[in-house]
Design a protein around this ligand. Structure first.
Ligand code: PMM
Length: 283
């Protein structure tokens, strides 16, 4: 999943694709680099970012969704607003990615249920105002799994079909670096929720912390793409359905390598396929 943020202020790529034509071109470039779908968003979810009003979000997002969908791109819309989701679906979006998992707007789940669209349910503890007070956990993996489970139940009760639900740990949302790393270490626990898993680590703060080391300064967001690709390989290896990234090429390669290793594992363990020696060469 390649990211097109049609925003002036996203922490990772703010301002670069703010104009419709540039945003559509960027989405097409991401597909050429190997993205299977493109996530279009018009509101920065940076902690403390002011909310964009509805008219402005629609103005940013809908033409880009329409432009990409008309070129045959599978588009996901990254929004917390039901009205934006509804108009994006009408403009050709195939999937709704709501970082609030339907909590920010009570009309979201009914809109997505009516459309029969896939819905990304991200782990979210609300808007952050003044400090990360919601990022306190005793057992981050257990709490995220339980809270996501509760959210999935609510979304199912709201009429979204089980096979339309994707879950996401929400890396960096009310989470410190140690929480993000703990979640990545236990993606199997998130996969055990029984829904496809989306992992969105791209350029996030925890990668800056890892790269900085104990004393150093974190590199800027745009210098975190190799680290992002490493996470993509790990996530693919753990069975993630998708990884959401700003720079697609390295991640597409990482995912291909992870898949090839997985296939080699299958071939190596299948009965009667004894590698280069064939069945007779078993030792
Ligand atoms: N993170 C961001 C935006 N959208 N969507 C999902 N499903 N999961 C995420 O973790 C997520 C998201 C923030 O990153 P950006 O502003 O760099 O795109």
């Amino acid at each position: 999943m390649g990211v097109v943020n049609v925003t002036p202020d996203s922490f990772s790529d703010g301002g670069r694709w703010f104009d419709t034509t540039a945003a559509v071109k960027h989405g097409l470039d991401l597909v050429a680099e190997g993205a299977d779908l493109v996530d279009v968003g018009g509101e920065s979810t940076r902690p403390g970012a002011p909310r964009v009003d509805e008219a402005e979000e629609l103005r940013r997002v809908i033409p880009v969704v329409r432009g990409l969908a008309s070129e045959g791109v599978v588009v996901s819309v990254d929004t917390m607003r039901a009205s934006v989701a509804a108009q994006a679906l009408a403009a050709g979006a195939a999937l709704v990615n709501d970082v609030s998992g339907g909590l920010a707007d009570p009309a979201m789940v009914p809109v997505v249920a009516d459309a029969g669209a896939p819905f990304v349910v991200m782990h979210w503890r609300g808007f952050l105002q003044g400090g990360n007070v919601k990022g306190v956990y005793e057992d981050v993996v257990g709490e995220v799994v339980d809270e996501l489970h509760a959210r999935v139940e609510a979304v199912l009760a709201g009429g979204i079909a089980p096979d339309r639900i994707v879950v996401d740990p929400g890396l960096g949302f009310s989470k410190e670096a140690e929480h993000d790393l703990a979640l990545l270490a236990r993606l199997d626990r998130l996969a055990s929720l029984g829904h496809p898993l989306l992992v969105a680590a791209s350029r996030k703060r925890f990668l800056g912390r890892v790269l900085a080391g104990p004393q150093g300064a974190p590199p800027p967001a745009r210098e975190r793409d190799a680290a992002t690709a490493a996470v993509s390989a790990l996530a693919a290896h753990a069975g993630a359905w998708a990884v959401r990234v700003h720079e697609v090429r390295a991640t597409a390669d990482a995912v291909r390598v992870a898949r090839a290793v997985e296939e080699a594992r299958g071939a190596a363990s299948a009965p009667g396929t004894g590698g280069e020696h064939g069945a007779e060469g078993e030792r």
